[in-house]
Design a protein around this ligand. Structure first.
Ligand code: SF4
Length: 333
């Protein structure tokens, strides 16, 4: 193990969560950088909404925001889609457009109420694990300053109606990703008052192809659903979260413990990264590595089906982004 390869390792909340959920998952995704060629539509929709919000909050431009959202869809390789796949893809574009339009009108006051908006801020910090220091990186979605000068982290999510089950918001007060973002934001732009959890719910309506509904009409229908006083509260939900010192301390202790396990396992070049089959069926469907695990790729990397999977350079790209677009002062110990 060279010193350079050790120092180039970076950890993040997603890695930590992936490791806890299933070690085989962690190996596929972060040790071998394998990904499904076809990204899940739900992930594309989430990225598109984030792209819209980033531009809209920074510039106030509706068209600029929508352009950024559509650019995310343009990156998707649709060459293998059949007619039904293409229709579903168009529907997701229409839903995102309609959601963004509705959100923008409902929260038009945000542009006046909140100042010093920071968006999509990549950050990194070092974490002393005892046996060595490691780098922990993350991205802060948004930080707003309200009229009283208080700073808030804004965490935006897109979710299906079915995902908003009882307890969805209750668990956020100690949810790892929320605490991670709060912790990083405090380090880089604190003190932070709390987290505003901002949810855009995806309507489950579909475009009426049989009735010749156009994409513009469909977008209008989604937007109307967002703006209707009867359904608005079901689609745009904001939930402020105040985190206690105990919660943050517990998160730090648990995170340090998991980071140490992961780092030592990697340093020891451990051969066994166990499958946790209890995690294969996730709330959004079957795990993306189900085919790989079924074929034995966890222990034998030659077993990946290359029609389904590819090796990605995304992780390195993200690191480069942190290095190149932000000054090193952004890295704090
Ligand atoms: S399919 Fe199951 S065992 Fe395999 S990586 Fe995913 S969660 Fe782990």
């Amino acid at each position: 193990m060279t010193k350079e390869s050790l120092t180039s390792w970076r950890y993040s909340w997603s890695q930590l969560q992936g490791f806890r959920q299933c070690q085989a998952y962690y190996r596929h995704k972060w040790l071998r950088f394998i990904e499904k060629k076809q990204r899940k539509t739900a992930l594309v929709m989430g990225s598109a909404v984030h792209a819209f919000l980033e531009v809209w909050h920074k510039t106030g431009s509706r068209t600029g925001g929508l352009k950024a959202a559509l650019a995310v869809f343009k990156e998707v390789d649709t060459s293998s889609y059949d007619q039904k796949g293409m229709q579903d893809f168009e529907v997701s574009i229409g839903i995102v457009e309609g959601m963004c339009e509705g959100y923008r009108q409902i929260h038009a006051r945000d542009l006046k109420e909140y100042k010093e908006v920071m968006t999509e801020l990549p950050v990194a910090t070092t974490w002393d694990l005892g046996h060595r220091k490691v780098v922990y990186r993350g991205k802060i979605d948004m930080v707003w300053t309200d009229r009283d000068g208080l700073k808030w982290v804004v965490e935006t999510k897109t979710a299906s109606k079915q995902a908003i089950t009882q307890g969805y918001f209750e668990r956020l007060g100690y949810e790892g990703q929320v605490v991670s973002e709060f912790w990083l934001a405090n380090k880089f732009c604190g003190p932070i008052e709390g987290v505003i959890y901002n949810v855009l719910v995806k309507p489950s309506i579909r475009r009426k192809y049989a009735k010749n509904e156009t994409q513009a009409q469909f977008v209008q229908r989604v937007r109307d659903l967002y703006l209707s006083s009867e359904t608005m509260e079901d689609y745009v939900i904001r939930h402020p979260i105040l985190l206690s010192k105990t919660t943050v301390q517990e998160w730090e202790d648990e995170t340090r413990d998991t980071l140490k396990q992961m780092d030592l396992k990697r340093m020891n070049k451990d051969k066994l990264w166990a499958k946790n089959t209890g995690q294969c069926l996730q709330k959004w469907g079957l795990c993306e590595f189900a085919d790989a695990c079924a074929k034995g790729a966890n222990t034998d990397p030659s077993k990946y089906n290359t029609i389904l999977y590819q090796r990605t350079s995304r992780d390195q790209d993200e690191l480069d982004k942190i290095r190149m677009t932000k000054p090193w002062e952004m890295v704090k110990s």
